[in-house]
Every structure is written in C-alpha cells, then in structure tokens.
Design a protein around this ligand. Structure first.
Ligand code: BES
Ligand code: MN
Ligand code: ZN
Length: 499
C-alpha cells in the first residue's frame, strides 16, 4: 500500500482527486462546508448514528470531486473506534474497486488514531494473490491521509506505513501454502531483506546447524526431505555497542505432527505454523522502511515437521545446543524443540531482551481465543512494555503465569526433561519448557497460536504480532535516544554468528 500524508481541511478535501473519499465524522462536526453539511444532515435524519462503524455511502454528491463518499461515524473518536469506522468504510467502498482513496480526519488527528486508521485500511483491502491464476489484484493501492496538520502527524504516519509494510509481508508469507513456503524459500525471503539499509542476513543450513550442536532442532527436521534453515537477521540502527533486542520466530513451514500425527481435519492450517517466523520477517521489513535508532537481531529456526523412516520417534532422546537432553514424548510438540536451540544461540548477542514468537500450542487457543496472544515473561519491565505496546497497536496480548509448579510435569526418567507435560495448562507448560533454555537475559514468549491466523470463511494470516512488536521497538528506540547514553556493558562487543 502506498500512503500519502496531506494537510487538508474538510473543505479542501471536497475537491481532492480520489476514487473514494472517506470522511471520519464525529458529533462535533459543524456544517461549514459541503462534506460537513452532508454529514450533519445525515446525522440529523438519523441515517448516520454516532456509533463507531456506522457508515453511509453517497454517490456523486454535488460539490465533491470524488465519485464515492463514505461518511463514517467514529463514535468517541478513540483509536479503537477509528479502527472500526475505517474497516467498515473501506469495506463499503469495495464494490467500486477504488484505486486511490482519501481518508479525511475532520477535527483532530491524534497520532494513535492516524496509526489505527492506516493499519485498518490496509487490513480491509489486503488481497492474497500469490497462488491464484486469475485473481483480481488488490484494487486499493493509494491511500491519502488528510489531516489538519501533516507535520504533527508525520511521525505516526511514518511508523504506521512501515508497520503496514511489515504486516503485509508477514501476511503474504503466512498465507503461502507449504509447497510455496519451504524453509529454503523462507531463507531466501529473509536474504532479500538484506537489500535494506542497515540489514544484514545470514542463512545457515543443516551442516552449520549440526556443527553448532543444535541437536534438538536438527532432530525435528530429520523427517523431511526439505533441508532446514536457520536465519540470522541483523538490523543495526544504533551504536554497535548497544545491546540488541533479539526476536526469535518459530518457522515450521508445515506441521503434520510427525509420528504423533495430527488428525486430517483442518490440517491444512498447519501451513500457518511459521507465522512466528513471518512476524519476525515482517518486523525486519518494517525496520528497513522506518530505520529507527535501535539494534535488533532476528533468529528463525525453520523446517518441516514430517513423517518418514528417519523421523523422530516418541521416546527418542535428543541433545539440545545447551547440552540438556530431552525425551521427545510427543513429536507434535516440535515448536519448543526448535525454539530451545535458538534461545541458546541468542546468548551470544548479549541481548537487552529476547522475545520469542510462536504458534506454539492449541491450549493457548482454548485459553485466549483469537483476540489476545498469550504473553509469558520472566522480566516485569519487559512484560509491562509488551502489554502496553499491544494495547497501543490494538495487537493485544494477555499475561500468563510462569510459576515453577507448572514445570513439574516435564520430568523424565530417561532425559533431563520431557518435551510435554499433561494436558492441563498446556500453553504454560510449553512456556516452562522454553524457560529452561533461557539465558540471563530478560525473556518474553508470545504464543500466537490463536491470533496469527483466522479460520473459516475468512481463513488467512493476520500479520500479528508485527504491530505489537514494532510499537515495542519504536517506543524503546525513542526512550534510548532521549535518555543519556548508557555505558556499554563491555568495552567491545564481539559477536559470533558463524559456527
Ligand atoms: N503448531 C501446533 C500448535 C497449534 C495447534 C497451533 C493448533 C494452532 C492451532 C504445535 O506444534 C502443536 O502441535 N502443539 C501441540 C502440543 C501438544 C502435543 C503438547 C498441541 O497444542 O496440541
Ligand atoms: Mn506440532
Ligand atoms: Zn507446530
């Protein structure tokens, strides 16, 4: 999506060229110009209730250049209300297939509302085309944001347009079927991001992963003829000695369950099991566009979880990169087996924080549904910052517990731990497993099994939690630049990325 930001009064917006004009209407609008007069009379007649998300469509009203005008109520004007207004308004313009649309903020355009409007407009107009032979491409390509003061809205606008690019990148890779999104292809997608300023990418294969001693990750990959990939992305927007935030994304490009085979119904949805990886790629796409002052590392262990003569079997014991041994009681609990080695690898960056993102457990879908991602954190400030970033970006999460008792069920008679505990508290026991591999760094885990994609008629990737993560990173970057320079923990930071 190509966004433009313009200073426009509502009166000026009436003569702006666009295929569709969306006017965000609140109760305070007065009838001083043609568009406001239309809104005022629709409200007076009761045709445009003040509830956010209510819209009325007008065709070629006199005095307006755009042929289609959608008046959209924004209720209390809060970002969530603006979001539902824009979703409904963009939906209402769809039949006319507008290429260039204009969203007009009448009175004020606070940064959070501008952000919400842009993300919602992109969400409502996204079209998947990668594997369709003759699909209609996305019609809406240009979106002009008209605000009373473009200069004031600029930072929010820039952050939102970068975030949208990241969300769409994540959706695109998330939606691709397994045969169009292998670990090799995911690695190539990551490598492509190296074209952006300040981004470097390295992609490791089976030999390097063996050499690193990632025995747990390698064991999951063994049942597939697709070779695994381990992606190391680096964005350097701040001084070299500033400790990075490390993002780890689960990249299972297809999860059959392995020998502990999943049931056939809806198994196709397990192509989405790389949405954690896709969100990390999406964040790097957004960082490439925005270039904020922060250092970020992205780690993506990627493979298929398949079934064949070489596949991992229930009862097998594998040795992780940390040296800890794991009894694999269920080969379908594979996400934690690939993430644990990435969490060990993360130590070499001496991170300021590590956040892993994974479609990890069906239990998290049961617990939180599709509204909030599960948030587990060993560090209070990190948890608080991620919760706040979730609220601000409308990409919400909910804190879950990590009491030690939840880890009791992971005991094994044959290894240092088992990869599953009982059925109870499955999202939490998975997090407790990961915690055994966490280094001294502050750590958080986002279980996005319920939020990364939608099922049913609207089946498709959501691009979450790119919005949450970008908000977290930009807030962090702003705090670091306004605070006095911190003393680096070590005079020189030597970082190894190759074996
Ligand atoms: N990728 C799945 C988790 C999942 C399941 C995400 C359903 C979204 C919807 C993960 O690899 C998995 O299979 N987890 C198992 C763990 C169990 C064997 C302990 C699960 O949740 O059933
Ligand atoms: Mn699984
Ligand atoms: Zn999985």
């Amino acid at each position: 999506m190509d966004f433009q930001l313009k200073t426009l009064t509502v009166a000026q917006a009436a003569t702006e060229k666009a295929d569709a004009l969306i006017l965000l209407v609140d109760a305070s609008s007065t009838a001083g110009d043609v568009l406001s007069a239309l809104a005022a009379s629709a409200r007076k007649a009761g045709d445009l209730p003040d509830k956010a998300g209510k819209v009325i469509t007008l065709y070629r009203p006199a005095g307006v250049t755009a042929p289609r005008v959608v008046l959209a109520s924004i209720g209390d004007g809060k970002p969530a209300a603006v979001r539902s207004a824009v979703l409904a308004a963009v939906q209402a313009t769809k039949s006319g297939q507008p290429k260039r649309a204009l969203i007009v903020f009448a009175a004020s355009a606070d940064p959070a509302s501008v952000h919400a409007a842009m993300v919602a407009a992109a969400d409502a107009s996204y079209v998947y085309t990668a594997t369709k032979s003759k699909s209609e491409p996305r019609s809406l390509r240009q979106l002009v944001i008209g605000v009373p003061d473009a200069k004031a809205a600029r930072p929010a606008f820039d952050e939102a347009s970068a975030t949208v690019a990241g969300i769409e990148f994540a959706k695109e890779w998330g939606n691709r079927p397994g045969n169009h999104c292998t670990p090799t292809m995911l690695g190539e997608a990551a490598r492509g991001l190296g074209a952006f300023a300040r981004i470097k990418c390295e992609v490791l294969g089976p030999k390097e992963v063996d050499k690193l001693g990632m025995g747990s990750f390698a064991a999951v990959a063994r049942g597939s003829s697709e070779p695994l990939r381990f992606v190391v992305l680096r964005y350097q927007g701040a001084a070299k000695d500033q400790a990075p935030v490390v993002l780890v994304g689960k990249g299972i490009t297809f999860d059959t369950g392995g020998v502990s085979l999943k049931p056939a119904a809806e198994m196709d949805e397990m192509k989405f099991d790389m949405c954690g990886a896709a969100s990390v790629l999406g964040v790097f796409r957004a960082l490439g566009a925005l270039q904020p002052a922060i250092n970020v590392v992205g780690l993506i262990p990627s493979c298929e979880n398949m079934n064949d003569g070489r596949a991992l079997k229930p009862g097998d014991v594998v040795t992780s990169m940390s040296g800890q041994t794991i009894e694999v009681l269920n080969t379908d609990a594979e996400g934690r087996l690939i993430l644990c080695d990435a969490l060990t690898y993360a130590k070499r960056f001496e991170p300021a924080a590590v956040i892993d993102v994974a479609t990890l457990t069906g239990a998290c879908v049961v617990a939180l549904g599709g509204v909030r991602s599960g948030l587990f954190a060993s560090d209070e400030p990190l948890a608080t910052a991620l919760e706040a970033a979730g609220e601000a970006s409308h990409d919400r999460c909910w804190r879950m517990p990590l009491d030690d008792e939840y880890g009791d069920g992971l005991k094994s008679n044959f290894a240092d731990m088992a990869n599953i505990a009982g059925r109870a508290g499955g999202a939490i026991t998975a997090a407790k497993f990961l915690q055994k591999f966490v280094g001294e760094y502050p750590w958080a885990h986002l279980d996005i099994a319920g939020t990364a994609w939608k099922s049913g008629g609207a089946k498709g990737s959501t691009g979450r939690p790119v919005g949450l993560l970008m908000r977290y990173l930009t807030v962090r970057a702003a705090a670091a630049t306004s605070a006095p320079a911190t003393v680096p923990r070590k005079a020189t930071r030597k970082v190894r990325t190759s074996p």
